[in-house]
Structures are given as structure tokens and as C-alpha cells.
Design a protein around this ligand. Sequence first.
Ligand SMILES: C[S@@+](CC[C@H](N)C(=O)[O-])C[C@H]1O[C@@H](n2cnc3c(N)ncnc32)[C@H](O)[C@@H]1O
Length: 283
Amino acid sequence: MTTTSGATSPAARAAEDFLRSFHDRNPGFQSAGVEKALTRDGRTSHAVLAAHVPGARRVLDLGRADGALLELLAGQGAGVLAGIDLSEGELALARRRPSLADADLRQGRAQELPFADNSFDAVVSHMALMLMSDPEQVTAEAARVLAPGGTPALAVGGGAVPGEGADLFLTPAVPYFRAAPPERGLPRLGDRRTRGREGLDALLSPLGFTALSWRTVVIGMDGTPSEVWSALTSTYYDMEVLDEERTADLRAAFLDRAAALTGSDGQLPCGMRVNVAAARWEP
Ligand SMILES: C[S@@+](CC[C@H](N)C(=O)[O-])C[C@H]1O[C@@H](n2cnc3c(N)ncnc32)[C@H](O)[C@@H]1O
């Protein structure tokens, strides 16, 4: 949350410190997971998002991490690439990508973009806007840097597919996360409005964004129960609050529940929903 004087609130600072530290310690973890989780038609959620900005030449990625999405956009013809992220560790990985050699990659906050007005045809953000505090400031900054007619394209988490692996994991996991002692607790991340169509519309329409589209895709994280456990536990930041003993207890509870749903081929179905929104900036 940014106050009217522009200062960052203690809650927002705590959330950003956590995210910065987590991604500095685990750079590249998110895009590695994205590569493995495909839609039914065989695409990653990065590819689904990139398809919402066809022909965009100048593209900015908010919460760019290691630059995997920007690399994809370079491959579909974007020639001017920029990205911002809190984490220096992620930035270092992004800088190693040859396709991003000329990209303008910055360490910083999406709430305070170091880019000129009207300088992009598209602003994309994959699984990052939903973690950001003060989304009004982020969307206002997106509007400022987008050229008229430009597109924001946003992917946000839509939750677990009911009755599958992620759902089986979350049911026992949430009480474990909530029971964490305060000194291990996770700061509150993001603003719920960014996760739903109505909330996003309420953030975007007053700024002159029109024609909000909304689509839900399911990405598959199927695998053996142990593989699904690994994939899920590297996806949820909340795992940071559990010590070794509680992690082992939760793993046992998950594997126990998973056994009933695992097929004769040893595979546990595990779908996660991703919501993809796009709009037009028409000031
Ligand atoms: C879940 S990861 C997604 C990374 C990447 N977009 C992807 O999908 O592969 C979220 C990223 O957003 C970044 N992030 C979170 N809040 C941010 C903020 N306020 N400004 C810039 N980056 C932020 C984090 O540092 C992290 O790299």
C-alpha cells in the first residue's frame, strides 16, 4: 500500500521484503514450474498469456522474474522488451538470456515504473499482479506507460481444480499454514481484487481501460503423488512457514489422501486454474 504521500506502508514493505528474499534464494523456480504445467492443448500459461498480445512490438513485463515470458515474446516478434522485478537474483538470470541482451531489465517496484509515458504497446504480468500491494498504483502506472490503444494482459491464479491433487493438498495444508507461529508467519501478499474479474474491472475501468476479456484455462501438474507434492510445495510461498517436522506431517497427510485418487498408471491428476484477463487502454 502506498500512502497518499507516496511512501510505502509497513505492510507493503514486509510483503515485498519477503518476496524479494524468497526469489533471491530461489531464482527461476516459478518459470521452471510454468514449463512443466501445460494446458490440454499443450501450451504453457506463459504462451496462453503471450497470445493475448499478438503483434505487440514494445512490451513491458511486471514481475518479470527470470525473463522466460519476455523471451517468449521476443520469439513472437516483440523488438523492444522491458521488465521489472523486486528480485536481483531473478534479474541476474534474466540477464543471461541471449534473446534479452538488449532488453531494459530493472530491479524495482511495479508501483513506481522507471519507464517513460506512452512507451509500450502491451504491459503483461504473469502470476505477479496478484502479489502486489496497492494495485491502484500498479494499474495507474501501467496506464501511464502504455500508448493509447495498448493492451494490459494479466494472468492470475484461479485456484485448484476441485477433487484433484492441489485440492487434496490444500485441504490439510491450510490449517498447517494458519497454525504457524507468528515469528514464522507469512506477510499478507497482494490484494484479492486482482484475482477476480469484477475486482480487476473495478481497478481498470476508472483509468480508461475498456473491453476487459476474461478466460480461465487449466494447467495440468499431474504426476506421481511424490512429483505432485514437489510441484505444489515449490508453488506455494506458504510452505516457508512450516518447519521440517510439520512439512513431513503434511507430506504424509497428503500422500495418504492422494493414494485413493491415484490411477493404476501411478498418476495423480492435478489441475490448477489460471485466469487470463486483457483490456484496451483508451484514454
Ligand atoms: C510468482 S512469481 C512470477 C514470476 C513470473 N512472472 C513468471 O510467471 O514466471 C512473482 C514475481 O513477481 C515479483 N513481484 C512481486 N511484487 C512485485 C512488485 N511490487 N514489483 C515488481 N515485482 C514484483 C516477484 O519478485 C516475483 O519474481
